[in-house]
Design a protein around this ligand. Sequence first.
Ligand code: SAH
Ligand code: SF4
Length: 357
Amino acid sequence: MTADGPQSLHDLAFPELAAVLKRDGVIGHHVKSLWRAIHREGELLLTDYPFLPPLKRWVAASVGPDKPFFLDAPEVIDEIRSSDGLTRKFLLRLNDGQVIETVLMGYEGRNTVCVSTQAGCAMGCVFCATGQMGFVRHLRPGEIVAQVLHARRVLKSIDPKKRLRNLVMMGMGEPLHNIDSVMAALDSISDVRGIGIGPSKIAISTVGVVPGIQRMAEQNSPYRLAVSLHGSTEEERAALVPASKRWSLEMLIDACRDYGVKTGRRILFEWTLIAGKNDSPETAARLAVLLEGIDAHINLIPLNPTGGFTGTASNSGHEFQKILRAAGFPCTFRQRRGIDVAAGCGMLKAEKRVRAV
Ligand code: SAH
Ligand code: SF4
């Protein structure tokens, strides 16, 4: 047990787990067996697992209620499925009662999990249900890993042949505001001895936390970067994304340019289309100028209406796309199939709260 109480085995990196076992006199290959059971098999009842005797004894003495270690096993308190059955959204309750969302998406022949990185969010974007809840706390690495393991278990129960190969950090919370936990979780999630999702199949979506983008550039982080832009001028963006008062559009674009130069990686720019706010042809033209010289892919997101905002009509959205394509940018619409019941980030939780009142 640490000074702070029991610790989650899902929080530990492989070398940390090896050090714990070594400290307790369980040496050699046992760490690989334990890592495999936790991360590859996604076992939640380690006491029943057929480990060799030294590890079995360690598990019996060390893992469980009133023991130094536990496993993160969030409780599923609600699940909704899209009408086509390809999207499932889970409302998960963490140990301290906080509730987060995880989504499993199975369209276009790919299986993708969308995870939350915080309970609530401090960034307060005006059109986002999570932002409107405010910040509660950061998630630990184990709480992020456990979401992926849950999605994998569900996918396996649907079809044992299906593999979870893609991950996006586009659930509740701002990943780069919780960068240490996020990077620790991704190290474990991409470990080939465990879940093994390839780093190039993992996208971190940020509202524009500039120091986090700079750190990803300096460390040549292998994960993909997605930046939620939503505005082509300081004023347009600040009206939707309060965090841009701290990290201006100018600082953000500079950081993106630098990231592109340092890593050679393409950036995905996300743009939620909101009627009358950021969907005019003039805005599209300004966006094209703003991104000039950046290896950018623009992903247009239809708004899941919240807080009195209305989504852009389809013809205006296509006009917006046409302008960006004519300027030479790959520009696509986010796949919306299945979102009919799944709704946007934080919306299921917000809806639950309304229902509970
Ligand atoms: N905090 C990160 C990641 C989570 S939000 C970020 O902001 O990038 C993931 C994406 O969902 C962001 O692009 C965000 O702008 C978008 N989003 C949030 N609420 C939405 C809504 N109501 N409709 C459509 N997109 C929304
Ligand atoms: Fe936070 Fe992202 Fe929602 Fe903005 S869009 S409030 S950064 S979760």
